[in-house]
Design a protein around this ligand. Structure first.
Ligand code: G4P
Length: 531
């Protein structure tokens, strides 16, 4: 098949949600549709259990299993769908942010009773940075949830995106009757636990049809009223604003009952983008470009001492990846080839000979890769758009075994290259500050430094509010700031200056006191608020 056809066949996306909204359940239903799994529960068993929150080894063990579900590829209606898994546990939110740099669109699951939650906001903000197209699935309609109009209003106001409902729920909770498809003008009546996938929908192009009253009783009039209101309030759904990440189509359903899922998947197939061009330091790279290119967005290290392998996940952006062919590693200026790259079709890990834009493959890594590295063929360049995000918790690394300083140094560098945490170096004395989004990573780091590098350390709490990357054209003002605020500035892994702001107020003071300096909570992008 020609490169263009391979590209047009592929859709690479992630399902995101606040924990418990139904991401795992929806993932599983999608895989059932795609025939990639036969039994319900197969994905669920890989999920990090909430109860294990204090037992990180258990979480790591489960994370080990979850390598197999990092990418779930399946075919549906002639398309090849790459579904990238994102960890549900909030302490691994940074893994999720990074995975979002490797997808072309997302489906956001929202719990109809809880509406927009903390993680929903954070994840959407990350998507908005690259204008990633979003489809929203409002889940758990079988439970007593909120009024759908209120939910839509909340989605718009707190996620900073316009919405357009494409299906509409008829009542909710115990009285939930089904959804009306506003797009296709048909009615899908609710059944609990739809195990079989059917197309039995009733066409109702005219909602005045008295048949509707027979089916829905008093809810028929409510539906007529709602539809009239929706048509009056919301613009017609158009693909372009969706593709630009400006308008999110909204579906209602119940993932656990497999209800409303097929409508969602069918529309996804229809409108979700195929692999898109990516920004690099030498301009946009089109997927149709003949020369291969891709970037590393995730590295998974095996904690099992008998299997010390690392797997680097590569998103292919252009051309064709081939097994055993030499490619250029831009940062190291080195040629590398891979004898056993693997893909994840139908959840089977298998060695592949070639892969195309949109695909994600696993590469065995002996320490060559850092998150964000580019591999290419032909022209040398570096992909952009794989930012670091401000951590939320900070600790200073204090060596407790002076005989093992070198091991500690190496361990901290390697673990932070893998993306377990972020490293900031403070002068004088090259103090190492590590930052994470969750407490769990600190346990992981201490354990791994000890077991893999023989180093031991204390991690001492530092109360910073945010890490803010500084940009400016005014070098003098920057030097001045770095000198005066020496106790609160540091350099990141690439030697970029960072302000470790002690509080929101101090950040504001810095912004006022140094008007030529710009402070960003991500290393590369402006956030939606900053834009
Ligand atoms: P997550 O990955 O976003 O964290 O959520 P997950 O799919 O695990 O779903 C969280 C809980 O919500 C699960 O219940 C799941 O069964 C339930 N759920 C998902 N979709 C629906 C729905 O449409 N309606 C209702 N009523 N519940 C739904 P659990 O008790 O945590 O797990 P389980 O024992 O049921 O598997």
């Amino acid at each position: 098949m020609a490169l263009k056809e391979e590209i047009e066949k592929r859709k690479t996306f992630a399902i995101i949600s606040h924990p418990d909204a139904g991401k795992t359940t929806l993932t599983e239903k999608f895989l059932l549709f795609g025939g990639a799994i036969q039994t319900a529960g197969a994905v669920k068993s890989n999920k990090i259990k909430k109860t294990a929150a204090s037992d990180f080894m258990e979480i790591e063990r489960q994370r080990g299993i979850s390598v197999a579900t990092s990418v779930m590829s399946f075919e549906y209606k002639g398309h090849l769908i790459n579904l990238l898994d994102t960890p549900g546990h909030k302490d691994f939110a940074e893994d999720t942010y990074r995975t979002l740099t490797a997808v072309d669109s997302v489906i956001l699951v929202v719990d109809s009773a809880n509406g927009v939650e903390e993680q929903t906001k954070k994840l959407t903000e990350v998507c908005r940075m690259r204008d990633t197209p979003i489809i929203i699935f409002v889940n758990k309609l079988d439970l007593e949830g909120r009024d759908p109009f209120d939910l839509l209003e909340e989605l718009e106001s707190s996620l900073n995106i316009s919405v357009r409902p494409l299906t509409w729920p008829i009542n909710k909770g115990k009285e939930f009757k089904g959804v009306y498809n506003l797009h296709e003008k048909h009615l899908n009546l609710f059944e609990v636990n739809k195990t079989k996938v059917s197309d039995d929908v009733l066409s109702f192009s005219n909602l005045e049809d008295p048949e509707l009253d027979k089916l829905l009783g008093a809810d028929a009039d409510q539906l007529r009223e709602d539809v009239e209101l929706i048509d009056g309030v919301y613009d017609r759904f158009e693909r372009e604003p969706y593709a630009k990440g400006q308008v999110a189509p909204v579906f209602f359903g119940s993932a656990v009952n497999n209800f409303g899922v097929k409508e969602l998947l069918d529309l996804f197939i229809d409108i979700a983008p195929t692999p898109l061009p990516r920004e690099s330091n030498k301009g946009p790279v089109s997927p149709e470009q003949k020369d291969f290119s891709g970037f590393i967005f995730k590295i998974h290290a095996n904690l099992d001492p008998n299997h010390r392998d690392r797997i680097a996940f590569l998103r292919i952006c252009s051309g064709k990846f081939e097994r055993n062919k030499f490619f250029q590693h831009t940062r190291l200026n080195k040629k590398l080839r891979f004898s056993s790259p693997y893909s994840f079709l139908a959840r089977e890990k298998s060695v592949i000979d070639e892969a195309y834009p949109g695909d994600v493959i696993g590469l065995y890594d002996t320490g060559n890769f850092k998150i964000g590295d580019t591999l290419s063929e032909g022209d040398e360049f570096q992909f952009q758009g794989i930012p670091s995000f401000s951590p939320e918790i900070f600790r200073e690394v204090i060596n407790t075994d002076p005989m093992k300083s070198k091991q500690l140094e190496k361990g901290v560098r390697q673990l932070t290259d893998e993306g377990v945490a972020q490293l900031f170096i403070q002068q004088p004395g090259s103090k190492k500050i590590i930052g994470t989004v969750g407490e769990l990573q600190f346990e992981v780091i201490k354990y791994r430094l000890n077991h893999e590098y023989g180093a031991s350390c204390d991690l001492v709490h530092r109360s910073f509010h945010k890490a803010c990357w500084i940009t400016t054209d005014n070098k003098e003002q920057l030097d001045d700031f770095m000198r005066i605020k020496a106790a609160e500035v540091a350099l990141d892994k690439d030697d970029n200056p960072v302000f470790l702001a002690p509080s929101a107020w101090m950040l504001q003071m810095a912004e006022e006191g140094y008007p030529d300096l710009k402070f960003h909570v991500t290393s590369e992008f402006k956030t939606a608020q900053e834009a």
